[in-house]
Write a protein that binds this ligand. Sequence first.
Ligand code: ATP
Ligand code: MG
Ligand code: MG
Length: 350
Amino acid sequence: GAVIGILGGGQLGRMLSVAAARLGFRCHVFEPGAEPPAGDVAWRTTTAPYEDEIALRAFAASVDVVTYEFENVPARALDLIESLVPIRPGRRALATSQDRLTEKTFLRNLGLAVAPFAPVDDPASLRAALEEIGTPAILKTRRLGYDGKGQARLSGPQDVEAALAAMAGAPAILEGFVDFTAEVSVIAARGVSGEVAAYDPGENVHEGGILRTTTVPSSLDAGRRTDAVLLAARILNALDHVGVLGVELFVTPGGLVVNEIAPRVHNSGHWTQTGCVIDQFEQHVRAVAGWPLGDGTRHSDVVMENLIGDDMDRVPDLAASGAALHLYGKAEARPGRKMGHANRVTGPAG
Ligand code: ATP
Ligand code: MG
Ligand code: MG
Protein backbone atom coordinates (compact mmCIF):
# COMPACT_ATOMS: atom_id res chain seq x y z
CA GLY A 1 0.00 0.00 0.00
CA ALA A 2 0.92 3.65 -0.35
CA VAL A 3 2.97 5.38 2.33
CA ILE A 4 2.27 8.95 3.37
CA GLY A 5 5.16 11.01 4.67
CA ILE A 6 4.35 13.60 7.32
CA LEU A 7 6.71 16.42 8.24
CA GLY A 8 6.25 17.03 11.94
CA GLY A 9 5.25 14.63 14.68
CA GLY A 10 3.13 16.76 17.02
CA GLN A 11 -0.53 16.20 17.76
CA LEU A 12 -1.61 17.14 14.24
CA GLY A 13 0.81 14.61 12.76
CA ARG A 14 -0.46 12.06 15.23
CA MET A 15 -4.12 12.58 14.33
CA LEU A 16 -3.26 12.56 10.61
CA SER A 17 -1.48 9.23 11.13
CA VAL A 18 -4.49 7.73 12.88
CA ALA A 19 -6.79 8.87 10.07
CA ALA A 20 -4.39 7.54 7.43
CA ALA A 21 -4.19 4.18 9.20
CA ARG A 22 -7.99 3.92 9.11
CA LEU A 23 -7.84 4.25 5.33
CA GLY A 24 -5.15 1.59 5.06
CA PHE A 25 -2.15 3.83 4.55
CA ARG A 26 1.08 3.63 6.44
CA CYS A 27 2.75 6.83 7.65
CA HIS A 28 6.34 7.80 8.02
CA VAL A 29 6.81 10.82 10.25
CA PHE A 30 9.85 13.08 9.96
CA GLU A 31 10.39 14.56 13.40
CA PRO A 32 13.61 15.67 15.06
CA GLY A 33 12.16 15.85 18.58
CA ALA A 34 12.46 13.06 21.12
CA GLU A 35 9.28 11.06 21.79
CA PRO A 36 6.90 13.12 19.65
CA PRO A 37 3.12 12.54 19.91
CA ALA A 38 2.96 10.91 16.45
CA GLY A 39 5.83 8.58 17.29
CA ASP A 40 3.73 5.92 18.95
CA VAL A 41 1.24 5.58 16.09
CA ALA A 42 3.51 5.83 13.03
CA TRP A 43 6.89 4.78 11.82
CA ARG A 44 9.20 7.75 12.36
CA THR A 45 12.67 9.07 11.66
CA THR A 46 14.47 9.30 14.97
CA THR A 47 17.04 12.05 14.67
CA ALA A 48 16.67 14.15 11.57
CA PRO A 49 17.01 17.92 11.58
CA TYR A 50 15.79 19.69 8.48
CA GLU A 51 19.38 20.40 7.39
CA ASP A 52 20.29 16.72 7.28
CA GLU A 53 20.27 15.90 3.55
CA ILE A 54 20.83 12.20 4.04
CA ALA A 55 17.93 11.88 6.44
CA LEU A 56 15.64 13.96 4.21
CA ARG A 57 16.52 11.86 1.16
CA ALA A 58 15.95 8.61 3.03
CA PHE A 59 12.60 9.93 4.26
CA ALA A 60 11.46 11.10 0.82
CA ALA A 61 12.58 7.85 -0.80
CA SER A 62 10.48 5.85 1.67
CA VAL A 63 7.13 7.51 0.92
CA ASP A 64 4.76 8.13 -2.02
CA VAL A 65 3.63 11.63 -1.10
CA VAL A 66 4.69 14.14 1.54
CA THR A 67 2.42 16.35 3.61
CA TYR A 68 3.08 18.37 6.76
CA GLU A 69 1.54 19.38 10.05
CA PHE A 70 3.24 22.77 10.24
CA GLU A 71 3.95 25.37 7.60
CA ASN A 72 7.42 26.46 8.70
CA VAL A 73 9.37 23.73 6.94
CA PRO A 74 12.62 25.28 5.65
CA ALA A 75 12.59 25.93 1.88
CA ARG A 76 15.83 24.00 1.25
CA ALA A 77 14.41 20.88 2.84
CA LEU A 78 11.30 21.26 0.66
CA ASP A 79 13.43 21.65 -2.49
CA LEU A 80 15.18 18.41 -1.75
CA ILE A 81 12.02 16.49 -0.91
CA GLU A 82 10.18 17.87 -3.94
CA SER A 83 12.91 16.62 -6.25
CA LEU A 84 12.01 13.10 -5.15
CA VAL A 85 8.30 13.02 -4.31
CA PRO A 86 5.22 15.28 -4.54
CA ILE A 87 4.49 17.65 -1.65
CA ARG A 88 0.82 18.29 -0.92
CA PRO A 89 -0.35 20.99 -0.29
CA GLY A 90 2.18 22.49 -2.72
CA ARG A 91 4.89 25.09 -2.45
CA ARG A 92 2.63 28.06 -3.20
CA ALA A 93 0.58 27.37 -0.06
CA LEU A 94 3.74 27.03 1.99
CA ALA A 95 5.52 30.10 0.63
CA THR A 96 2.40 32.21 1.10
CA SER A 97 1.71 31.20 4.68
CA GLN A 98 5.27 31.05 6.01
CA ASP A 99 5.60 34.83 6.02
CA ARG A 100 2.87 37.11 7.36
CA LEU A 101 3.81 39.88 4.93
CA THR A 102 3.52 37.57 1.89
CA GLU A 103 0.31 36.14 3.32
CA LYS A 104 -1.38 39.50 3.94
CA THR A 105 -0.28 40.78 0.51
CA PHE A 106 -1.67 37.65 -1.19
CA LEU A 107 -5.01 37.99 0.63
CA ARG A 108 -5.31 41.69 -0.17
CA ASN A 109 -4.51 41.02 -3.83
CA LEU A 110 -7.33 38.46 -3.87
CA GLY A 111 -9.66 41.30 -2.93
CA LEU A 112 -10.22 40.06 0.63
CA ALA A 113 -10.34 42.39 3.63
CA VAL A 114 -7.31 42.25 5.94
CA ALA A 115 -6.14 44.49 8.78
CA PRO A 116 -4.05 47.45 7.60
CA PHE A 117 -0.43 46.30 7.66
CA ALA A 118 3.11 47.47 6.97
CA PRO A 119 6.53 45.80 7.13
CA VAL A 120 8.76 46.69 10.08
CA ASP A 121 12.49 46.06 10.14
CA ASP A 122 13.84 48.76 12.46
CA PRO A 123 12.78 51.70 14.68
CA ALA A 124 12.38 54.03 11.68
CA SER A 125 10.06 51.70 9.77
CA LEU A 126 8.05 51.05 12.95
CA ARG A 127 7.53 54.80 13.44
CA ALA A 128 6.51 55.21 9.82
CA ALA A 129 4.12 52.24 10.08
CA LEU A 130 2.56 53.64 13.27
CA GLU A 131 2.03 56.98 11.58
CA GLU A 132 0.19 55.26 8.75
CA ILE A 133 -1.76 52.67 10.77
CA GLY A 134 -2.17 54.31 14.16
CA THR A 135 -2.87 52.58 17.46
CA PRO A 136 -3.94 50.24 18.88
CA ALA A 137 -1.80 47.96 16.74
CA ILE A 138 -0.01 44.62 16.96
CA LEU A 139 3.58 43.99 15.96
CA LYS A 140 4.18 40.38 14.89
CA THR A 141 7.25 38.54 13.69
CA ARG A 142 6.80 37.74 10.00
CA ARG A 143 7.84 34.14 10.47
CA LEU A 144 7.50 31.29 12.96
CA GLY A 145 4.90 32.77 15.34
CA TYR A 146 2.14 30.57 16.75
CA ASP A 147 -0.19 30.59 19.80
CA GLY A 148 0.34 34.36 20.00
CA LYS A 149 4.12 34.00 20.41
CA GLY A 150 6.28 36.67 18.76
CA GLN A 151 3.65 39.40 19.13
CA ALA A 152 3.54 42.70 20.97
CA ARG A 153 0.59 45.06 21.32
CA LEU A 154 1.05 48.81 21.02
CA SER A 155 -1.42 51.24 22.53
CA GLY A 156 0.70 54.30 21.70
CA PRO A 157 4.17 55.56 20.73
CA GLN A 158 5.41 54.85 24.28
CA ASP A 159 5.28 51.11 23.48
CA VAL A 160 7.68 51.28 20.52
CA GLU A 161 10.82 50.20 22.35
CA ALA A 162 9.28 47.29 24.22
CA ALA A 163 7.56 46.06 21.05
CA LEU A 164 10.79 46.17 19.04
CA ALA A 165 12.63 44.38 21.84
CA ALA A 166 10.00 41.62 21.72
CA MET A 167 10.84 41.02 18.03
CA ALA A 168 14.50 40.39 18.95
CA GLY A 169 15.68 41.77 15.61
CA ALA A 170 13.47 39.51 13.49
CA PRO A 171 11.64 41.04 10.49
CA ALA A 172 8.14 42.00 11.58
CA ILE A 173 4.79 43.31 10.40
CA LEU A 174 2.64 45.95 12.07
CA GLU A 175 -1.09 45.28 11.94
CA GLY A 176 -3.87 47.65 12.85
CA PHE A 177 -6.01 46.27 15.66
CA VAL A 178 -9.28 44.90 14.29
CA ASP A 179 -12.25 45.71 16.50
CA PHE A 180 -14.00 42.38 16.06
CA THR A 181 -17.24 41.10 17.58
CA ALA A 182 -16.22 37.45 17.19
CA GLU A 183 -13.56 35.19 15.70
CA VAL A 184 -14.53 32.35 13.40
CA SER A 185 -12.64 29.99 11.15
CA VAL A 186 -13.41 27.97 8.08
CA ILE A 187 -11.80 24.59 7.58
CA ALA A 188 -12.01 23.62 3.93
CA ALA A 189 -10.36 21.13 1.62
CA ARG A 190 -9.52 20.96 -2.06
CA GLY A 191 -8.92 17.74 -3.92
CA VAL A 192 -6.45 16.89 -6.67
CA SER A 193 -9.06 17.56 -9.34
CA GLY A 194 -10.05 20.91 -7.85
CA GLU A 195 -13.24 20.04 -5.98
CA VAL A 196 -13.78 21.91 -2.71
CA ALA A 197 -15.54 20.78 0.47
CA ALA A 198 -15.95 23.11 3.43
CA TYR A 199 -17.01 22.55 7.01
CA ASP A 200 -19.41 24.85 8.77
CA PRO A 201 -17.50 27.83 10.26
CA GLY A 202 -16.67 27.45 13.95
CA GLU A 203 -16.54 30.25 16.49
CA ASN A 204 -13.24 30.56 18.31
CA VAL A 205 -12.40 31.96 21.73
CA HIS A 206 -8.74 32.65 22.48
CA GLU A 207 -7.15 33.17 25.88
CA GLY A 208 -3.69 34.62 26.13
CA GLY A 209 -3.24 34.19 22.36
CA ILE A 210 -4.05 30.45 22.54
CA LEU A 211 -7.22 28.86 21.17
CA ARG A 212 -9.44 27.89 24.09
CA THR A 213 -12.72 26.71 22.52
CA THR A 214 -14.34 26.26 19.13
CA THR A 215 -18.13 26.13 18.97
CA VAL A 216 -20.36 25.01 16.11
CA PRO A 217 -22.66 26.39 14.98
CA SER A 218 -21.08 29.83 15.18
CA SER A 219 -23.07 33.00 15.77
CA LEU A 220 -22.71 33.96 12.08
CA ASP A 221 -25.94 34.59 10.20
CA ALA A 222 -26.61 32.54 7.06
CA GLY A 223 -25.27 35.22 4.71
CA ARG A 224 -21.99 35.59 6.56
CA ARG A 225 -21.62 31.82 6.76
CA THR A 226 -21.83 31.66 2.99
CA ASP A 227 -19.38 34.56 2.68
CA ALA A 228 -16.91 32.72 4.89
CA VAL A 229 -17.11 29.48 2.94
CA LEU A 230 -16.86 31.19 -0.46
CA LEU A 231 -13.87 33.20 0.68
CA ALA A 232 -12.10 30.03 1.80
CA ALA A 233 -12.80 28.43 -1.59
CA ARG A 234 -11.27 31.44 -3.35
CA ILE A 235 -8.13 31.09 -1.27
CA LEU A 236 -7.91 27.34 -1.97
CA ASN A 237 -8.30 27.87 -5.71
CA ALA A 238 -5.82 30.74 -5.87
CA LEU A 239 -3.21 28.62 -4.10
CA ASP A 240 -3.99 25.58 -6.27
CA HIS A 241 -4.18 23.91 -2.89
CA VAL A 242 -4.46 20.15 -2.37
CA GLY A 243 -5.45 19.26 1.18
CA VAL A 244 -7.10 20.98 4.13
CA LEU A 245 -6.68 24.69 4.83
CA GLY A 246 -7.77 26.73 7.84
CA VAL A 247 -8.83 30.35 7.44
CA GLU A 248 -9.05 32.47 10.61
CA LEU A 249 -11.51 35.35 10.35
CA PHE A 250 -12.50 38.37 12.40
CA VAL A 251 -16.20 39.20 12.36
CA THR A 252 -16.78 42.96 12.22
CA PRO A 253 -19.88 45.08 11.56
CA GLY A 254 -18.39 45.83 8.13
CA GLY A 255 -17.88 42.18 7.18
CA LEU A 256 -15.33 39.41 7.51
CA VAL A 257 -11.64 40.30 7.84
CA VAL A 258 -9.08 37.57 7.22
CA ASN A 259 -6.55 37.17 10.04
CA GLU A 260 -4.37 34.33 8.78
CA ILE A 261 -4.41 31.06 6.89
CA ALA A 262 -2.85 27.71 7.71
CA PRO A 263 -2.21 25.24 4.83
CA ARG A 264 -2.96 22.20 6.97
CA VAL A 265 -5.35 20.69 9.45
CA HIS A 266 -6.14 23.25 12.12
CA ASN A 267 -6.85 23.22 15.86
CA SER A 268 -10.18 24.97 15.25
CA GLY A 269 -11.20 22.01 13.06
CA HIS A 270 -10.87 19.37 15.78
CA TRP A 271 -14.63 19.52 16.40
CA THR A 272 -15.11 17.72 13.06
CA GLN A 273 -13.91 14.49 14.73
CA THR A 274 -17.20 14.45 16.62
CA GLY A 275 -19.47 16.60 14.44
CA CYS A 276 -18.95 15.12 10.98
CA VAL A 277 -18.84 11.68 9.37
CA ILE A 278 -15.50 12.54 7.75
CA ASP A 279 -13.28 14.69 9.94
CA GLN A 280 -10.61 17.15 8.83
CA PHE A 281 -7.81 14.60 9.28
CA GLU A 282 -9.41 11.99 7.04
CA GLN A 283 -10.35 14.77 4.62
CA HIS A 284 -6.72 15.87 4.41
CA VAL A 285 -5.49 12.31 3.89
CA ARG A 286 -8.11 11.79 1.17
CA ALA A 287 -7.02 14.95 -0.66
CA VAL A 288 -3.31 14.23 -0.37
CA ALA A 289 -3.81 10.63 -1.53
CA GLY A 290 -5.87 11.73 -4.53
CA TRP A 291 -9.10 10.23 -3.20
CA PRO A 292 -12.49 11.90 -3.62
CA LEU A 293 -13.24 14.31 -0.79
CA GLY A 294 -15.76 13.42 1.86
CA ASP A 295 -18.91 15.39 2.51
CA GLY A 296 -18.31 18.14 5.11
CA THR A 297 -21.87 18.17 6.46
CA ARG A 298 -22.15 18.58 10.22
CA HIS A 299 -24.48 16.13 11.95
CA SER A 300 -24.06 17.45 15.50
CA ASP A 301 -23.47 20.68 17.35
CA VAL A 302 -20.15 20.49 19.17
CA VAL A 303 -18.01 22.45 21.59
CA MET A 304 -14.31 21.66 21.32
CA GLU A 305 -12.25 22.62 24.35
CA ASN A 306 -8.47 22.58 24.31
CA LEU A 307 -6.78 21.02 27.33
CA ILE A 308 -3.83 23.26 28.03
CA GLY A 309 -1.19 22.72 30.72
CA ASP A 310 -2.78 21.66 34.00
CA ASP A 311 -6.23 21.37 32.40
CA MET A 312 -5.03 17.77 32.34
CA ASP A 313 -6.05 17.55 36.00
CA ARG A 314 -9.65 17.61 34.75
CA VAL A 315 -9.24 14.52 32.57
CA PRO A 316 -10.83 12.10 35.09
CA ASP A 317 -13.93 14.33 35.33
CA LEU A 318 -14.05 14.83 31.57
CA ALA A 319 -13.69 11.10 31.01
CA ALA A 320 -16.81 10.59 33.10
CA SER A 321 -18.70 13.43 31.41
CA GLY A 322 -19.45 11.86 28.06
CA ALA A 323 -17.14 14.16 26.08
CA ALA A 324 -14.94 12.58 23.41
CA LEU A 325 -11.37 12.89 24.68
CA HIS A 326 -8.32 13.23 22.48
CA LEU A 327 -5.08 13.17 24.49
CA TYR A 328 -1.77 13.68 22.76
CA GLY A 329 0.42 11.56 25.01
CA LYS A 330 2.80 14.39 25.91
CA ALA A 331 4.81 13.59 29.00
CA GLU A 332 5.01 17.02 30.59
CA ALA A 333 2.03 19.36 31.08
CA ARG A 334 3.84 22.70 30.82
CA PRO A 335 1.81 25.93 31.09
CA GLY A 336 0.50 26.98 27.66
CA ARG A 337 1.19 23.55 26.17
CA LYS A 338 -1.64 21.90 24.24
CA MET A 339 -2.06 18.47 25.87
CA GLY A 340 -5.32 17.32 24.35
CA HIS A 341 -8.86 18.38 23.60
CA ALA A 342 -12.41 17.39 24.52
CA ASN A 343 -15.29 17.39 22.05
CA ARG A 344 -18.71 17.71 23.64
CA VAL A 345 -21.88 17.15 21.61
CA THR A 346 -24.47 19.77 22.52
CA GLY A 347 -27.23 18.47 20.28
CA PRO A 348 -28.13 17.34 16.78
CA ALA A 349 -27.25 19.85 14.06
CA GLY A 350 -30.16 22.28 13.77
P1 ATP B 1 -2.14 30.67 15.82
O1 ATP B 1 -1.82 29.82 16.99
O2 ATP B 1 -3.62 30.78 15.52
O3 ATP B 1 -1.31 30.38 14.60
P2 ATP B 1 -0.67 33.17 15.86
O4 ATP B 1 0.42 33.18 16.85
O5 ATP B 1 -0.33 32.98 14.44
O6 ATP B 1 -1.81 32.16 16.32
P3 ATP B 1 -2.60 35.29 15.35
O7 ATP B 1 -3.66 34.36 14.92
O8 ATP B 1 -2.06 36.25 14.39
O9 ATP B 1 -1.39 34.56 16.07
O10 ATP B 1 -3.13 36.09 16.63
C1 ATP B 1 -3.60 35.42 17.79
C2 ATP B 1 -4.86 36.11 18.28
O11 ATP B 1 -4.57 37.48 18.60
C3 ATP B 1 -5.96 36.19 17.23
O12 ATP B 1 -6.73 35.01 17.16
C4 ATP B 1 -6.74 37.39 17.76
O13 ATP B 1 -7.51 37.02 18.88
C5 ATP B 1 -5.64 38.32 18.20
N1 ATP B 1 -5.21 39.18 17.08
C6 ATP B 1 -4.22 38.94 16.21
N2 ATP B 1 -4.11 39.92 15.28
C7 ATP B 1 -5.06 40.81 15.57
C8 ATP B 1 -5.46 42.06 15.00
N3 ATP B 1 -4.84 42.59 13.92
N4 ATP B 1 -6.52 42.71 15.56
C9 ATP B 1 -7.15 42.18 16.64
N5 ATP B 1 -6.81 41.03 17.24
C10 ATP B 1 -5.78 40.35 16.73
MG1 MG C 1 -0.78 31.49 13.14
MG1 MG D 1 -4.07 32.50 14.55
